[in-house]
Design a binder for this molecule. Structure first.
Ligand code: ARG
Length: 605
């Protein structure tokens, strides 16, 4: 998705009443900023010494059919609310920005001028979708992050262990956040930090000697390594010597013994290749594949040494622990007795390496809430080390997924999850034979809709909530599901195919937007106008659910207008064209929201 780095191809027409500029607003990318500024100006001028900036922060979306509301008490002005409200009402003059204001208890409710709203919003959506210098759709983007760099780590599965739904959630939420920061002007480096190091690789090495096959490895490295891991783990349970041998092997790996490392290198490369294919199907791409193996020994040693100097390390039978009891974060092992490193220490050293390499303004870790303690310990240690960039790190967590299994049993691999989604969706689609036969690539379409179903279910609620995986519900075309969103998008796309005689549409300036007078079109337009705010809120909360909710609201609004605000069959050609343009703008914004969520909007199904 787009990067807001070039000037907007849209600007507020100069014939409209002039407005002051409020820092942080971008009317050329978000027209509602102008309407809010106009309201702030009205209130500030009526109620000195309030400034336009002060009032601006108090202009909220209204409830139930009200465009914007200002709560008077929040400004803590002397005098009665009723008198203050009367001052605003007395001074109010309707103009091309604001049509009316009413006073209701502590509130002032403002209605924006419909003709201006419709014209500006649709022109802005159109220009920022189709006329950008980048040639990429940019509606909804802003430049708040210009010049800043984000490193975001997500997915991070463990080679030779299962890719479980927790990793899938990290992948989905992480991909969304990466898109989101880009949409807000940040330079984004997305990073996959593989679990490719640790004692278990000693175990697999021992297992590979016993059970490994190069042929199987070539075929599907992820599955083969997993099978070896399961078998050798069982052996280790029986035989302590297996464990001891594994520990010795890993120690050799840590010491850089090439003979102990060569197989491991192959496993890793083949696993990454396989992962890349699967991520591509999810519409996810990483700029960097790194892993626990790549954390430098130097950084880990520096960190440990400093912790020791600071008196934060306890010795326990040769193992080293950092004592975080003071912060209610328990004690955590930072180096094992045999001198080998562990997960926590690698995270500490890894952060230092990354700062050196990327000089980031912010680094996000998208990791399950099951690792809250680990992440808190890790971040606390960085703070104790007094690294000046320690507060640039943030853990974005998420709850559990319950009950994820395929029809054949529990899923342990990503490709099983994708296959199952495609096949459940395919069965679903076949239930309607006529429609099914009209689909061009039923297999591909089923996979895409299936993946959309998984992603939307995953992002529909607050991140921290646990949710139960439910194939039937998430893959239904009814209710607020991924398939429904795809359907809504396909349906608006059909409008050009169904009305070829109206095409090509005239240039935006020639389209008679004043003919769009129905309340249901105004609802759609207002929602379109609010999309840049939805993006900004998501950046603040790191929650995809607001974007999902927006996509559903927009789909519902389109659906409500669809039967009454018709294009096909409308006798007045100018009106039919204006309506078509409005629906196409709605399509553009729905598509933008879906892409932000890493979903590929379909044009046919
Ligand atoms: N590989 C780890 C796991 O599967 C997740 C890594 C999370 N990231 C981190 N920097 N600790 O549990």
């Amino acid at each position: 998705p787009a990067h807001a780095t070039t000037p907007s191809p849209f600007s507020i027409p100069s014939e409209l009443p002039p407005l002051p500029h409020i820092p942080g607003t971008e009317p050329d990318r978000s027209v509602l900023d102008s309407f809010r500024t106009a309201i702030a100006k009205i209130v500030a001028e009526a109620l000195p010494p309030l400034t336009v900036e002060q009032v601006y922060t108090g202009v909220d979306y209204g409830k139930k059919g009200v465009d914007f509301t200002v709560a008077i008490p929040r400004f803590r002005l002397p005098g009665k609310v009723d008198e203050l409200a009367a001052k605003v009402l007395n001074k109010f003059q309707p103009d091309e920005w604001i049509e009316s204001v009413v006073h209701d208890k502590a509130f002032l409710h403002f209605t924006v001028r419909t003709s201006t709203l419709v014209r500006l919003v649709l022109n802005q959506v159109h220009a920022l979708t189709h006329d950008t210098p980048s040639k990429e759709p940019e509606y909804g983007t802003n430049t708040s992050g210009a010049g800043k760099r984000l490193v975001i780590e997500y997915s991070s599965p463990n080679i030779a262990k299962s890719f479980h739904v927790g990793h899938l959630r990290s992948t989905i939420i992480g991909a969304f956040l990466a898109n989101l920061y880009k949409a807000c002007g940040w330079e984004v480096i997305s990073m996959n930090y593989l679990g490719d190091w640790g004692t278990q690789f000693g175990l697999i090495a021992v297992g590979f000697e016993k059970y490994g096959s190069h042929e199987e490895l070539e075929k599907d490295a992820i599955k083969h390594l997993y099978n070896i891991y399961v078998k050798i783990n069982a052996d280790a349970e029986q035989d302590p010597e297996v464990k001891a041998e594994a520990a010795r092997w890993f120690k050799r790996m840590e010491e850089g013994d090439e003979a102990a490392l060569s197989n491991w290198r192959v496993w890793r490369a083949l696993s990454v290749r396989k992962y890349e294919e699967e991520y591509a199907r999810l519409n996810v791409k990483f700029d960097v594949y790194t892993g626990e193996s790549e954390v430098t020994k130097e950084s880990q040693d520096v960190a440990l040494k400093r912790l020791e100097e600071m008196g934060l390390i306890d010795d326990h039978e040769g193992a080293k622990l950092v004592n975080l009891e003071k912060y209610k974060l328990a004690k955590a092992v930072v180096r094992k007795r045999d001198g080998t490193s562990i997960y926590l220490t690698r995270d500490i050293g890894g952060a230092m390496d990354r700062y050196q390499k990327y000089n980031f303004d912010k680094m996000i870790y998208v990791v399950s809430s099951q690792q809250d303690l680990h992440m808190a310990q890790f971040l606390k240690v960085l703070q104790l080390l007094e690294l000046p960039w320690a507060n640039r790190l943030e853990h974005v967590n998420y709850g559990l997924v319950l009950g994820m299994s395929t029809r054949k049993g529990t899923a342990v691999f990503l490709d099983q999850i994708i296959k199952e989604a495609a096949s459940v969706m395919h069965d679903q689609m076949r239930k309607n034979e006529d429609k099914y036969n009209a689909v061009e690539n039923p297999e591909e379409t089923a996979q895409e809709i299936g993946i959309t179903g998984i992603k939307i279910q995953d992002m529909a609620a607050k991140r921290i909530n646990n949710y139960t995986f439910n194939w039937e519900r998430m893959l239904s075309f009814e209710g607020d599901t991924g398939p429904y969103l795809q359907y809504a998008h396909v349906r608006v796309c059909s409008i050009t195919r169904k009305n070829p005689e109206l095409l090509p549409l005239p240039a935006p300036s020639e389209i008679k937007t004043e003919l769009l007078t129905e309340p249901s079109t105004r609802d759609i337009v207002f929602l379109l106008g609010s999309y840049p705010d939805v993006v900004k809120t998501a950046l603040r909360t790191h929650e995809p659910s607001g974007v999902v909710t927006f996509a559903f609201r927009l789909s519902h609004a389109i659906s409500s207008a669809w039967e009454s605000v018709i294009v096909k069959g409308e006798q007045d050609v100018e009106k039919a064209r204006a309506r078509m343009w409005m629906y196409l703008c709605a399509r553009d914004v729905l598509g933008a929201a879906m892409r932000l969520l890493s979903v590929k909007p379909l044009e046919r199904m």
